[in-house]
Design a protein around this ligand. Structure first.
Ligand code: APR
Length: 315
């Protein structure tokens, strides 16, 4: 079987980290792409990881380039191209600049990798993945956004730290838009199979949910230059792996809703099943959500809609 080809468009902090994780997991050969102004940077990162393969025990090939033609035939394309936020900026402040970047990248993907599964990471996420699907014209099951996997992992991390347990035993669902309005579901957190309600009060959970909604900003303030990259990178690879290995993984991703949750034609984070056909199923939890969860989700959808409307009006 031929090796899979994974193209990473944007070879910055997240792109470079994803290349390393992909090589370690041996998911396929990797192409790192960036803009010509970065000169040798994508090539340098690819070569640097190549030179560590003997000690890592992996045989994947990595190349770097500033020519979009090199993503030709990619099975998966993960897009971080754009600019990250700085302290004091919200993700929405990146809307104008990153929208233009997604247009350029989307057209290149459409022309050179028409069968790719596309994962968008560039912020503001829900609007950028909406724009990507619009520009490529790919079916919506093949274009998704990475946010919920990361937000859910952040909440799971905070729950695990609070309880003093292993983070790998904590599963959580954080849905809605990737911004201040994201919604953490109390009854969807499990700790080694035990519902969180048996181990933690709703008041404590609400504190952790609030920290989760601001977790990206917390990292931005600490790093000062740039935004989070290790956990966004590993979250996106989890999604790519689900697709490449047909895992049928249940992951919260930004997907295009088609009537689920009473929303049509808009990208927003919800739990779904990812396998070889991309988004294979969307779980509609709306009938079992509490009134306050429903109201919070509606508010989050509104925030996604505002940015999607901006994309429609300006592209
Ligand atoms: N084509 C390819 N690469 C591009 C393009 C383009 N048109 N425009 C910008 N880039 C590259 C930049 O040169 C840079 O190397 O995208 C890379 C982005 O990397 P970083 O600035 O290190 O940002 P990173 O932390 O990786 O985050 C990227 O993900 O989480 C989001 O908000 C974040 O939108 C940001 C994105």
């Amino acid at each position: 079987m031929a090796r899979k080809k994974i193209a990473l468009v944007g070879a910055g902090q997240i792109g470079g980290t994803m290349a390393l994780v992909l090589a370690q997991k041996q998911l396929g050969d990797v192409v790192l792409i960036d803009i010509p102004q970065t000169e040798g940077m994508p090539k340098g990162k690819a070569l640097d990881i190549m030179e560590g393969r003997s000690v890592m025990g992996t045989s994947c090939n990595l190349t770097g380039s500033t020519d979009y033609a090199d993503i030709a035939g990619a099975d998966v394309v993960i897009v971080t191209a754009g600019v990250p936020r700085k302290p004091g900026m919200s993700r929405d402040d990146l809307l104008g600049i990153n929208c233009g970047v997604i247009k350029t990248v989307g057209e290149a993907i459409k022309n050179t990798a028409p069968n790719a599964f596309v994962i968008v990471i560039t912020n503001p996420l829900d609007a950028m993945v909406y724009n990507m699907q619009k520009v490529t014209g790919f079916p919506s099951n093949k274009v998704i956004g990475m946010a919920g996997v990361l937000d859910s992992s952040r909440l799971a991390c905070f729950v695990a730290m609070e309880l003093g347990v292993s983070a790998e035993d904590v599963k959580a669902v954080v849905m809605g838009g990737h911004g201040d309005t994201m919604v953490s579901l109390y009854d969807c957190v499990s700790v080694g199979g035990i519902p969180l309600s048996r181990l933690m009060s709703k008041e404590k959970f609400d504190e952790l949910a609030k920290r989760t909604a601001g977790a990206g900003g917390e990292i931005v303030n600490l790093l000062v230059r740039g935004s989070a990259f290790y956990s966004p990178a590993t979250s996106a690879i989890k999604m790519a792996e689900a697709y490449l290995l047909d895992k049928k993984s249940v992951l919260t991703c930004a997907v295009k809703l088609d009537g689920e949750y009473g929303v049509k034609g808009l990208y927003c984070g919800v739990p779904c099943v990812i396998g070889a056909n991309g988004v294979e199923k969307i779980f509609d939890l709306s009938s079992t959500m509490t009134d306050s969860e429903k109201a919070a989700f509606a508010n989050s959808v509104e925030a996604c809609k505002k940015n999607a409307d901006w994309v429609d009006a300006n592209t």
